[in-house]
Design a protein around this ligand. Sequence first.
Ligand code: BG6
Length: 513
Amino acid sequence: MSATVMDNPLRAGVRLERTADPCTVIIFGATGDLTKRKLVPALYRLVQERLVPGEFAVVGAARSEMGHDDFRAKMKDAVAQFSEAKRVDEEVWDSFAQGLYYLPVNIDSPDDYKKLSDLLDQIDRERGTQGNRVFYLSTAPALYAEAVKQLGQSGLVNQEKGWRRVIIEKPFGTDLATAKQLNRDIHEHLEESQIYRIDHYLGKETVQNLMIFRFANGIYEPLWNRQYIDHVQITNAETVGVEGRGGYYDKAGVVRDMIQNHVFQVLSHVVMEPPASLGAEAVRDEKIKAMMSARPFTAERVRNECVRGQYGAGSINGKPVPGYREEEGVPKDSTTETFAMVTMRFDNWRWSGVPFYIRSGKRLAKRVTEVAIQFKDAPHQLFGREMMEQVAPNQLVIRIQPDEGITLRFGAKVPGQVTRIRDVNMDFRYGASFGVQLAEAYERLLLDCILGDPTLYARTDMTERGWEIVMPILEEWAATKAEAPFPNYEAGSWGPQATHDLLASQGRRWRRP
Ligand code: BG6
């Protein structure tokens, strides 16, 4: 068995030359949306970019009866439709398709795991994949524990004849109790080092760049604290609605769907201390340490510092769209939140007194995820008000998506004989500076798992901490009625008025991204 990156602290986190072992990736839930939209296009790209060796195979597993060739044809269509390039390179496809298989599998049938095991042994012999396996659980979440149990009982995750890793898709539980239970269930059959809990936000280049930006440069870190920062705004706005997933979404809401996982991952990169090394454990230790210092929410803090919202009908890009309650699968009287603002506070030396305002929602005015660091005013203003034409405090905006980049806002002299000052921007754009298309998050994350590097995956403690923080919000909102009117924001707006009022009451203002 080859050593993993985690075993070797010198290699950990150092992503220069990375050589992947021969292996087979098995996708449970292979007829689902994620497989065709993300997973297979990402695996195809890894083959195209030669980031995986020739001794590589992919097995789709799901309930439907289907032959290998049918599955190959479906996946070829998927690559043509959903890959970044929107086209299939025939030569690359042929080599990918040769190693692409399908097996009908019922998640709870031991016989089917025996068949899977036989197929995988056959693939090892035919393609030289050496017994190394990634099992990707992309099934209905209620089946994760059962799948891991069956994998354990069938011996498929036993690492005697090669490494065995399991990727678990979101959502990881639906609250703290279910997340803890799921962790207990999977730990019965897997070592923590075999478990890869995916959060696709961690695979985004710009989220990874947060650490580089902070810790590879000398000029920002000295300013990155309560002395210089007034507050931080994190905006995670989507223009899409629930996209036919009303049934799932109505039981979830934005706090479960986005905040406790994706947004907290981004947040932890902003809040964390520099890690001792780039090793997976060192990085994840700092992230959990940061989140442990988040001030617990009380019912009172939820009432005073958080806002929930739901969209009514409105328009997006000039096109009328229905309200949330009119979406398919959503009850007409649903009170599920499609928008939330939460104010986080971190009780530690670096961040004491600095509020982190977070907002996330669907059907907002624009698709944008960004972190805006708002600095304090200059301690003494030499220039009188009459000279300040349009001046706001310095702001550093890290754009996670789209239009990935970083902008610093500062005041500059307007050219002319009179002294007048106006804000200008200094701008870095990924596209313009590097001229390359950013890789898809799933590509990066799948490769990391194959390489045995869990840095960009969520550890047990982080999944539970995310839930622990949001539970009082979920509980308070479940126990109380949303203040009328509800729905309280129009599709295509910037969310409920209450979020603007809340910031205004603290003498601050939401940025308009
Ligand atoms: C998913 C959520 O995890 O992330 C969706 O379930 C959401 O509701 C999506 O739309 C957003 O991802 P991205 O990468 O488009 O920001």
